[in-house]
Design a protein around this ligand. Structure first.
Ligand SMILES: O=CC(=O)O
Length: 314
């Protein structure tokens, strides 16, 4: 398989993945190519696979430039950076990394809820800056028992619900349709869900329908005591509306792992103590990233050995 050319479109952030790919394939890292258009035109007849992630995948323009492309193996569960329709049309296979990251992302969502309500980051800064010596930290807000509303009750949404239940939190949810056999309260609209929960969590896939699913109306329904948690994608949220609601005190707080234009984060948020900001690290543990890398490589091997794909999407 050494002769098979694989193009990595995302930055080569994980040495384990890079080494595993280099051991088996001829790996090209687009990130370190100085003249990308020239590189793509000179390698258009050799590249048979693309490896991307949540930041860079395979859009229509790239796919059209690679006529020998057979498979896109994404080092992410989210598929919003891949033109799935184009892949289907051209018979290009697509794989992602579901299941192995569910626990980590759900753990982080709960961590954000606790961090925002109990002001964990702000309390930590209080100790480090020596302020404790001048007096105790102020009282915060109880988390156990708060109503958690989840947008998207897929694998990650369910894992968040199960964890929140252990904190005696009533669970309600919004999804395209009510899930059979699930006892959580279903709300047929996001505004309705937001108006009836304390903590609203975005845990759905990013699609044209879910872009800006958190808009001004939803934020106003969540209100000055409500907290928004986003472990999905930045564009799920109308970020300008979120920032103004937080700055004006129309929203109680936010825990955000994702942003519209990563790694750029609106600086107005930096001075707000009711906001916890993370650098898109939902699946960012050694154990999980290794399992994700194994899936990326395993899917490519399966494809080129004409075996069934491990986690096929298309
Ligand atoms: O954001 C991370 C992923 O989609 O895996």
């Amino acid at each position: 398989m050494e002769s098979i050319s694989v193009l990595m479109t995302c930055p080569p952030v994980h040495p384990y993945l890079v080494e595993a790919l280099e051991k088996r394939f001829t790996l090209h890292k687009l990130d370190s190519v100085p003249d990308k258009p020239q590189f793509l035109s000179s390698h258009r007849d050799s590249i048979r696979a693309v490896v991307g992630n949540a930041a860079a995948g395979a859009d229509a323009e790239l796919i059209d430039q690679l006529p020998k492309l057979e498979i896109v193996s994404s080092y992410s569960v989210g598929l919003d950076k891949i033109d799935l329709a184009k892949c289907k049309e051209k018979g290009i296979r697509v794989t992602n990394t579901p299941d192995v990251l569910t626990d980590d992302v759900a753990d982080l969502a709960l961590g954000l809820m606790l961090a925002v309500l109990r002001r964990l980051c702000e309390s930590d800064r209080y100790v480090r800056s020596g302020l404790w010596k001048k007096g105790d930290y102020k009282l915060t807000t109880k988390f156990s028992g708060k109503t958690v509303g989840i947008i998207g009750l897929g694998r990650i949404g369910m894992a968040i619900a199960q964890r929140a239940e252990a904190f005696s939190c009533p669970i309600s949810y919004f999804s395209r349709s009510q899930k059979p056999g699930i006892n959580y309260k279903y709300h047929p609209s996001v505004v309705d869900l937001a108006a009836n929960c304390d903590i609203l969590v975005v845990a759905c896939a990013l699609t044209p329908e879910t872009r800006h699913i958190i808009n001004r109306e939803v934020i106003d329904a969540l209100g000055p005591k409500g907290v928004l948690i986003n472990i999905g994608r930045g564009p799920h949220v109308d970020e300008a509306e979120l920032v103004s609601a937080l700055v004006e005190g129309r929203l109680g707080g936010a825990g955000l792992d994702v942003f519209q234009d990563e790694p750029n984060v609106p600086e107005e948020l930096f001075k707000l103590e009711n906001v916890v900001l993370l650098p898109h690290v939902g699946s960012g543990t050694v154990e999980t990233r290794q399992a994700m890398a194994d899936l990326v490589v395993g899917n490519l091997e399966a494809h080129f050995l004409n075996k069934p794909l491990l986690t096929p999407v298309v």
